[in-house]
Design a protein around this ligand. Structure first.
Ligand code: URA
Length: 246
């Protein structure tokens, strides 16, 4: 069966996938239900703490509802990044999603729009998602940092430390089936390791002490600079899709 959807065909070509591989896609892949499907009230997560969440004592962030968390992030001044940001970037998508994608930090365009992955790298991420049959509305997209580091420098350890509870609480509230960390820096910050991306992407990891699996793949900005690596990123995406369909 050939893939006829022109958006999907274009997305696959963007990913560097030759169209003859579409056969493999069509034959191998079970139909992917929308992550979060079955949740009747899509806003359910926004008001209530999930059953089983274990707020860490001492940090009020860990008992916040989604709305409280959004507000806390919007007003955050815990590190110096609040001085240079235009606005915070909390995240976007479906807060009941099965797939949570985590990048590094907002860039210039994200800082301007207040949304994650909306620049060139974000466009490629959108194409990557389409290639596995997902739209941005069906996943949740966030970053390890909620504010843009000036001149897109790497996040400082102190910035990561201060911002971390927000992501931890987002994960607790979303309860995704799977987390996909994009790029070395996101992976290092989430997994507390200094292993190479090449090694990290070959294994399944866990988010903190939870049972939520974390997978690592290339950052789309890196793929824009190194299109030859898109093939491997495509392999990673197929794995993610298969895991979501399980
Ligand atoms: N790069 C990231 O890691 N996150 C964004 O939101 C945008 C670019």
């Amino acid at each position: 069966m050939a893939i006829r959807d022109p958006r999907k065909r274009a997305a696959l070509q963007q990913m560097g996938v030759q169209l003859w591989e579409l056969r493999e896609l069509a034959v191998d892949a079970p139909v992917l239900s929308a992550p979060g499907a079955g949740v009747e009230d899509a806003a359910a997560v926004t008001d209530a703490a999930p059953a089983g969440a274990q707020p860490e004592s001492g940090n009020p962030v860990m008992s916040m509802t989604w709305r409280m968390l959004e507000k806390a992030v919007a007003e955050c001044r815990l590190c110096d990044l609040h001085q240079s940001r235009t606005q915070t970037v909390f995240g976007s998508g479906n807060p009941n999603a099965d797939l949570l994608i985590v990048g590094e930090a907002p860039g210039a365009e994200e800082d301007r729009q207040g949304l994650p992955f909306v620049g060139r790298a974000g466009q490629l991420l959108t194409e990557m998602l389409i290639a596995i049959g997902l739209t941005r509305d069906q996943v949740y997209i966030a970053n390890t940092l909620k504010c843009r580091p000036p001149n897109n420098r790497d996040p400082l350890p102190e910035e990561v430390r201060r911002c971390e509870p927000y992501l931890v609480r987002q994960v607790e509230l979303i309860q995704p089936k799977l987390i996909l960390a994009l790029g070395r820096i996101a992976a290092h910050n989430i997994l507390k390791t200094a292993d190479s991306l090449a090694r990290l992407r070959t294994r399944e990891h866990r988010f903190g002490s939870s049972s939520i699996p974390v997978y690592v793949s290339y950052h789309p900005a890196y793929l824009l600079r190194s299109p030859g690596e898109k093939r491997k990123a495509w392999d990673d995406l197929k794995k993610v899709r298969a895991l979501l369909c399980r």
